[in-house]
Ligand binder design. Structure first.
Ligand SMILES: CC(C)(COP(=O)(O)OP(=O)(O)OC[C@H]1O[C@@H](n2cnc3c(N)ncnc32)[C@H](O)[C@@H]1OP(=O)(O)O)[C@@H](O)C(=O)NCCC(=O)NCCS
Length: 435
């Protein structure tokens, strides 16, 4: 058994005890109340989910297993001479709650290497799809196509105790994760680089191998590690995490669940926002004849977008009420590696211009930038200019978090999700409206 799985097996029993105690002895304790606005307002703010893998504080931003982003970037071990930590180490942290040693990481690196061969039919499927298919559709289809490999389905059909569900879920999660960088890079090279895929290099770690298969030199390996870590998890109520959790709650296997989660990530209000940011910036640059706008000109573009009833992509958040620390981490990287990049300068100018305008506009509860306001510019700088592809990279990162979550869902015996709905008539009655 791998050290990672061993560690999980050791941790699960005490977690189960805690959850059983909460459920049995405190099951009736009231945590939150539901308001009518939440029935139509996307359940915003309703406290009814649980995860120990990450927690999003509205003012502080995300903590992964209790660690802030700067702490994660500082504490996780790094490949020799690298600036950014191993993605494999981050996965270990999310799954176990512990900062791994180099030896722990090597164990995960070896696990991924042993599982990274992508079945040939996945390439066949991708090649059969029209080349103008959105890369997120290709990515999700590739994940779904591999469902026949599910260890969970096989063991479930053989007769599996509920106590052991987490084990084949773990196997599926690792088998899936190990293949995602290659699938993503394959889609990129097939679709945008004249169908010239680059074979994986077994000597490289998760992030560096992705950079290698994308065909982009150092420091893009650092970008890949940073990007996958930052996008991994954002507690469990966001669309991709919640969808993955919901579908898995029906005991659909991790392939079905992750593919569904990726379909949610593909929405413009969620993961697709990073491509929308670049599209918006390009539109500004085009209108300016390719040169940077002045601050006054930029203010006008922002107001024009708002006045035409559209959102400013990359700004606002359902939970956060400050600048997203994932934005800040990418900004620090850009200040160090690409300070003179024109698009970065425009992104920086937007950081000054947009928040006061959104405050004056008076609608968005959070006028500050989120992760998507910055992801695209770094990719653009290193030559990934096909912004349709950005959400696929977000998806590779997000898979690390959502798959960790569903392994734990099975470990603690999360039930099939089934909230209750009411009719509008019923809500009007509750509200005391007489008709
Ligand atoms: C992220 C987002 C979907 C959160 O939605 P939310 O929780 O409903 O946000 P709020 O409660 O602040 O929304 C209140 C109002 O402000 C508007 N608003 C929020 N962010 C806005 C933005 N960036 N630009 C313009 N208007 C915005 C909303 O559309 C909403 O308007 P409405 O009352 O006419 O429906 C929203 O901020 C948004 O659309 N941002 C742009 C897309 C984006 O960056 N997505 C990536 C998220 S990580």
């Amino acid at each position: 058994m791998s050290k990672l799985k061993q560690k999980l097996a050791e941790k699960i029993p005490s977690y189960r005890e805690r959850v059983t105690k909460l459920m049995k002895e405190y099951g009736d304790v009231v945590v939150d109340q539901v308001h009518i606005r939440q029935f139509y307002g996307g359940m915003r703010g309703l406290k009814c989910l649980t995860t120990d893998i990450s927690y999003l504080d509205p003012n502080e931003g995300i903590r992964f297993r209790g660690y802030t982003i700067p702490e994660v970037l500082e504490k996780l071990p790094k490949p020799k001479g690298a600036e950014m930590p191993y993605v494999e180490g981050h996965f270990f942290l999310l799954l176990t709650g512990e900062i791994p040693t180099q030896e722990d990481i090597q164990d995960v690196v070896d696990e991924f290497k042993a599982r990274n061969r992508v079945p040939h039919y996945v390439y066949d499927l991708l090649r059969e799809m029209p080349r103008d298919t959105h890369p997120m559709t290709m990515f999700s289809a590739a994940i779904l196509a591999m469902q026949r490999e599910s260890v969970f389905v096989k063991r479930y059909n053989e007769g599996l105790s509920k106590m052991d569900y987490w084990d084949p879920y773990y196997e599926d999660a690792l088998n899936l994760l190990a293949k995602l960088p290659e699938i993503a890079a394959y889609i990129y090279r097939m679709k945008y680089k004249a169908d010239t895929p680059i074979a994986s290099n077994p000597e490289l770690d998760f992030g560096a191998n992705f950079a290698h298969m994308m065909g982009i030199d150092h420091p893009y390996d650092e970008v890949a590690r940073l990007y996958f870590i930052l996008h991994s998890d954002h507690e469990s109520g966001n669309v991709s995490a919640h969808t993955t959790h919901l579908v898995a709650s029906a005991l659909s296997d991790p392939y079905y669940a992750l593919s569904a989660g990726m379909n949610g990530l593909a929405g413009p209000l969620h993961g697709l926002a990073n491509q929308e940011v670049l599209r918006w910036i390009q539109h500004v640059m085009d209108k300016m004849g390719g040169k940077l706008p002045s601050k006054e000109e930029l203010k006008k573009f922002v107001w024009d977008t708002l006045n035409s009833g559209q959102v400013i992509p990359g700004y606002g958040h359902a939970v956060l009420r400050k600048t997203d620390p994932r934005y800040t981490a990418q900004r620090e990287f850009a200040l160090k590696h690409l300070p003179d990049d024109e698009i970065f300068q425009l992104v920086s100018m937007l950081y000054e211009v947009v928040p006061p305008i959104l405050m004056e506009h008076g609608k968005a509860k959070n006028p500050w930038p989120n992760v998507d306001a910055h992801s695209g510019v770094i990719q653009w700088h290193y030559g990934v200019r096909e912004y349709d592809f950005y959400t696929v990279m977000f998806g590779v990162g997000r898979a690390i978090g959502v798959l960790s979550n569903i392994v734990w869902d099975r470990a603690v015996g999360q039930a099939i999700e089934r909230p209750k709905s009411l009719t509008t008539d019923m809500l009007e009655k509750v509200a005391g409206i007489k008709k």
